[in-house]
Design a protein around this ligand. Sequence first.
Ligand SMILES: CC(C)(COP(=O)(O)OP(=O)(O)OC[C@H]1O[C@@H](n2cnc3c(N)ncnc32)[C@H](O)[C@@H]1OP(=O)(O)O)[C@@H](O)C(=O)NCCC(=O)NCCS
Length: 207
Amino acid sequence: MSALDEITNSDAAATAQQKAIENANRQTAPMAPFPEFLKYDDNGCSLDLYCKRKPDMEPKMLKWAFKLAERNVGPQYKACSLGWQPKVKQSDLNKNWARYLVAVDRATKKPAAYTMFRFDLDYGRSVVYCYEMQVEAEFQRKGLGGFMMKALEKLAQHYRLERVVLTVLKNNEDGMKFYRRLGYDIDENSPDKADNEAYEIMSKLML
Ligand SMILES: CC(C)(COP(=O)(O)OP(=O)(O)OC[C@H]1O[C@@H](n2cnc3c(N)ncnc32)[C@H](O)[C@@H]1OP(=O)(O)O)[C@@H](O)C(=O)NCCC(=O)NCCS
């Protein structure tokens, strides 16, 4: 293959990634093709799931999402060099580009878990970027977190996105075990050991 062919091929690949992201971002109901991910009835759970953009989320749900993150990972943030910065977390959770997948208890109507994500280009790769995965304590270890990560993977596959990418604090050993168990590995763009960052970037190839 000539050098020119190689450039043309890599341009075509970049355009394909860009187009895939544009298409995913146009979707107002990206989970609609997968009704099987809009119910979770396993391990004693009876939950309904919905997927919404941030502007369509009820303010009380956004407050709950913040409080749950604070309860679940606030202590790990406090224990590392990043510290717990509530204003930063509030602002991150309220970005207009944010999409939420939320699981709600069918009987009590109380929320049980959420993931906040977006479709994005990350170092030129088309990805589902998972910013948060939070499960209420009483619903943990019932397969729900794994189910919701599978929903994100389904989105990546369906919309032909290369990877699911996420960040996790290094001191969150349970979180790391959870992602590893689901097949996630340290991403090539994760900070070098020498950088001594408090977090790791993990990803899973989808295509
Ligand atoms: C980590 C978290 C998202 C996992 O969700 P979950 O619904 O509890 O996990 P699942 O039941 O789907 O677990 C799937 C597998 O992951 C692993 N795993 C999950 N939680 C684990 C834990 N606390 N310790 C060790 N392994 C764990 C296990 O292998 C588990 O399978 P098993 O229960 O059959 O052994 C959830 O516990 C949580 O919200 N934790 C606090 C917030 C957090 O750490 N979020 C992730 C990083 S931001």
